[in-house]
Design a protein around this ligand. Structure first.
Ligand SMILES: NC(=O)c1ccc[n+]([C@@H]2O[C@H](COP(=O)([O-])OP(=O)(O)OC[C@H]3O[C@@H](n4cnc5c(N)ncnc54)[C@H](O)[C@@H]3O)[C@@H](O)[C@H]2O)c1
Length: 361
């Protein structure tokens, strides 16, 4: 690690200070020092990973992306970041990559379809569990002490109370959620046994695209609500199916917690700062603390896109709770993180912008 002041000219230092909430430069000796880190981002060509890579690059860190492009995209890579094409299930390749003098690993690589995980648990065991153990062993061998892990609200399962905080019982309802919880437990052991500090970030529903419009690669095979709405808006699907309109919610449709991907990216930077400075690990929610219903999303998308977006109410899906919202109090307290871009308009506008540009609408 070394100090940003070595690399940046005064104008850039000023910008960084502004972004970090430091006052403008008056006295060079009072510069807000900021440690430059060398960061390996595994899964950095994916939807969330590319936003995380952008965030760390913007803050002046050195970034290397490791990805097998199973769902990531070459167009999500940035010229300023190094890239290693590799698979986390290939321990030799991973071990070689990890010996690059990294201060931290951000690990986002995973298979993430909850439904598929119930049909193909082997795939999820191999990629999400064995692949992550490979990463931890490679990190231990290379002496890397800081790990940021993409966990999920899926570790909680059926909500017992709302909003869901980190004390909520963890009873995953699908194998995907189980893999995330299992890794959190393994991380706890590697912390105790290897002194490896981790932040397990329990994302709620990631949504939106870079607020500055710099990321153009669309999420691959999305199953989430907003991309599906966008596909209907772009005419890629004839209509949107709304699963149930008789829930105990104000408009009868399900309510979820959507967190903007640019907010998630900021959360990674805050978490790395926290674990590297405090030498402590944590599992923490990253959610907007705002519940948005399916109908609210569809109405906002119609308004913002100007497209009719045909929608049909169909039966409920088994296992869908009426409402699911996060408490991000712990992230406020420990990381100083609050969702800033996760309002309805920003979620829809940034996603529509990415889809509109991609499909020329
Ligand atoms: N998208 C969400 O709403 C959400 C919510 C909670 C948690 N998460 C977690 O966040 C992480 C990132 O999700 P995303 O939405 O960006 O998904 P994504 O599929 O866009 O990104 C995953 C990236 O990992 C890469 N990858 C997968 N397996 C790999 C392997 N074996 N070796 C190397 N690279 C591999 C893919 O090519 C891709 O670039 C995942 O761990 C996911 O479980 C996502």
């Amino acid at each position: 690690m070394y100090l940003k002041v070595i690399l940046y000219d005064w104008g850039e230092i000023f910008n960084v200070r502004q972004e970090q909430g430091c006052p403008g430069i008056v006295d060079p000796l009072s510069i807000c020092y900021h440690q430059i880190m060398n960061i390996l981002i595994i899964g950095g060509a994916g939807y969330i990973g590319s936003h995380v890579a952008r965030e760390f690059l913007d803050a002046g860190h050195r970034v290397t992306v490791f990805d097998n492009f199973s769902s990531g995209l070459r167009q999500n890579l940035f010229a300023e970041a190094a890239f290693i094409h590799g698979d986390i299930q290939d321990y030799t390749a991973l071990g070689r990559a990890a010996r690059g003098g990294f201060d931290a690993i951000v690990h986002l690589a995973a298979a993430k379809a909850a439904g598929e995980s119930m049909l193909k648990p082997e795939k999820y065991s191999a990629n999400n569990i064995s692949g992550t153990i490979n990463i931890l062993n490679a990190a231990a061998e290379a002496g890397i002490k800081n790990i940021i892990f993409s966990s999920s609200a899926a570790v909680y399962g059926e909500p017992v109370y709302l909003p869901i905080d980190e004390n909520h019982p963890c009873n995953p309802e699908n194998y995907y959620g189980f893999t995330k919880l299992e890794i959190e437990r393994i991380l706890g052991w590697y912390d105790k046994l290897k002194g490896m500090h981790f932040a397990a970030l329990r994302y709620f529903n990631a949504a939106g695209y870079d607020v500055k419009g710099r990321i153009s690669g669309l999420e691959q095979n999305p199953a989430n609500l907003i991309p599906v709405i966008m596909e209907a808006a772009c005419g890629l699907r004839p209509e949107l199916q709304i699963f149930g309109s008789d829930y105990d919610t104000p408009d009868g449709t399900c309510i979820r917690d959507y967190v903007h991907v640019s907010d998630l990216a900021r959360g990674h930077a805050a978490a790395l700062d926290y674990i590297s400075k405090n030498g402590k690990s944590l599992s923490v929610n990253l959610g907007s603390e705002t519940g948005l219903s399916v109908l609210e999303m569809v109405e906002a998308a119609r308004k913002i896109s100007g497209k009719p977006i045909p929608a049909k109410i169909v039966g409920r899906r088994p296992g869908d709770p009426a409402k699911l919202t996060a408490s991000s109090k712990l992230a406020h307290e420990l990381l100083g993180w609050t969702a800033e871009y996760s309002g309805l308009e920003s979620l829809i506008e940034t996603t529509w912008d990415a889809y509109r540009k991609h499909f020329g609408k």
